[in-house]
Unconditional design. Structure first.
Length: 149
């Protein structure tokens, strides 16, 4: 189950690292609270855990079937992380804007919540690297070893 390559290993590593990033966000928002929004803290924790799992699952796809182009982990994982955080911004724009205003000031250069897209790409790159290093990648991650039923 946890052999290399293994989809289960990839997803487990992705969820674990995502949970660590989520815990970091949870703790940060507890130490430096933004309003009285406990849902944002729990949302960040669960969001990054889910983001890690999805990046882990995407390790099966190493080839784009329509464009006929390779999709190496260093392209695929940051793309998925950036896309998911881009979507997150649309759901939590006001809360994320308040977080960045608290962190960088109201007129700071990094106050746009869309900076979370770049942060998602960086988190995706880290999760993708570790998941690929220890869990492998490609279609061989879903094949069953001989005698495993």
């Amino acid at each position: 189950m946890f052999a290399n390559p293994s989809l289960t290993t990839r997803i487990g590593i992705g969820k674990g690292l995502g949970a660590l990033f989520g815990i970091a966000g949870f703790v940060y928002l507890t130490v430096y609270p933004v309003g009285d929004d406990g849902l944002l803290r729990w949302g960040i924790l669960l969001w990054y855990t889910t983001l890690g799992a999805i990046i882990g699952m995407f390790g099966v796809y190493t080839w784009h079937p329509i464009l006929k182009l390779p999709m190496p982990w260093w392209f695929r994982a940051p793309l998925v992380g950036a896309w998911l955080n881009f979507v997150l911004v649309f759901f939590a724009y006001d809360s994320l804007a308040a977080v960045l205003a608290t962190l960088f000031g109201v007129d700071g250069p990094l106050t746009s919540p869309f900076w979370f897209t770049a942060e998602g790409a960086l988190v995706g790159l880290i999760i993708g690297f570790v998941a690929t290093r220890f869990g492998g990648e490609g279609p061989e991650t879903v094949t069953q070893p001989a005698g495993a039923d």
